[in-house]
Structure formats: C-alpha cells, structure tokens
Design a protein around this ligand. Structure first.
Ligand code: GRF
Length: 192
C-alpha cells in the first residue's frame, strides 16, 4: 500500500524537495505519495518549490499562538488527508503531546547531528565551533522530547578540511538529502 505522507516545513525545504523528487522518480517511487506540504510560515520558500512539483500546499501561521492551540488546529486540518506518516523537514517547532499522541510512531524527523551528542537548534554551528572532523545525521521517530525519539538510522558526514560553516552545511545537507529518503524507504517497506 502506498503511504500517504504530509511534509511539514518552515523554510527552504531542500529536504522536502529531495523527498518529493524521490517519490516521483527515485527510491521512494510506488512507496509513498506526498499529499500535502504544509508550513507554519506563510512565506516559507519551500511552499513555492512544492507547488512547482504540483503538490498541494498549505500554511497555518503559528506565530502568536500557544503551542497546544496551534497543534490542535494542525491536527484538525490534517484529519481530512488520512495520513500514514508525517515527515518533518526543517519544521522549526516543538510538537505538543497532543499532536504526538494523535500520530504515535508516525512522525519522523531529520536532525543534523548525532542525537546522543547534540539536540535542538544549531547543530551545524556546534560542529563548526567544536572543529569536528566528522558529524552525523540522525533520522528518528518523534516523541515528546527534543530529538529524543527512537533512532531509525545515523549517517556520517566527513568534515575533514571543512573550514567554514557554509561548507559544513553544504556537506551535511548533501548527505541529508540522500539519507532521509533511504531511511523513509526502510520504514515504509518494513510497514507495508
Ligand atoms: C536541515 O538541516 C534539517 O536537518 C534541519 O533543518 C534543516 C532544514 O533544511 N532539521 P531544509 O529546510 O530542508 O532545506
């Protein structure tokens, strides 16, 4: 059965774009369908990108709303899509237990560090400041903590001779774009 997924974003959405491409013509073909790309910011660049692929897009503004209030609005909005999975791709919000429980073990996130070593925002900055010669990307299920959910997989990023933050981000994102879809494939096949 083809999984119906929604991708939640807040910004550029380069991971979202990589997943969309893989659903259309890559390793996720016939495994999942992106039925919605939703942002918590009206002006997220990723919304335009998703539209250019013919994907339905929407936004629900989170600014000024309490966490639970926004999440309940989101739960109600998503109901009509009958989703199998919610994929977070640069979605810059912590989800409440109300949301997590509604989609228990169905929410997946990508974190640009080893979740055992660094959680939360600024993972590439952390790698840069600590002059790491290697970092990791983690794909994990989302629970009520910040980057604490069950790990699906981790992948190394070689940072040898990466002298600037932008070089670190570039190398990391290149790995993210490939690895996220690989991990989604693993989960979707396992639960097909
Ligand atoms: C990525 O580094 C992702 O791991 C993190 O936020 C960034 C989002 O980038 N959660 P993009 O919006 O997918 O380009």
């Amino acid at each position: 059965m083809i999984k119906k997924i929604a991708i939640l974003i807040s910004g550029h959405g380069s991971n979202m774009e990589a997943i969309v491409k893989n659903c259309k013509n890559g390793n996720l073909k016939n495994l999942c369908e992106v039925v919605l790309v939703l942002s918590n910011k009206k002006k997220a660049e990723g919304l335009k990108i998703a539209k250019s692929y013919g994907i339905e897009t929407s936004y629900i503004i989170s600014k000024g709303k309490k966490r639970k209030e926004f999440d309940i609005e989101l739960i109600n909005y998503l109901k009509k899509y009958d989703l199998d999975y919610i994929i977070l791709a640069g979605f810059m919000r912590i989800l409440s237990s109300e949301f997590i429980n509604e989609y228990k073990n169905k929410i997946i996130n990508i974190h640009p560090a080893d979740t055992n070593k660094f959680q939360g925002l600024g993972a590439y900055e952390w790698a840069f400041e600590n002059k790491l010669i290697e970092t990791k990307i983690t794909v994990h299920f989302v629970d009520t903590g910040v980057d604490t959910g069950e790990v699906i997989g981790k992948c190394k990023v070689d940072l040898t001779d990466a002298k600037t933050l932008s070089e670190i981000k570039k190398r990391g994102l290149k790995v993210e774009h490939k690895f996220y879809s690989e991990m989604l494939k693993k989960i979707f096949e396992k639960n097909s």
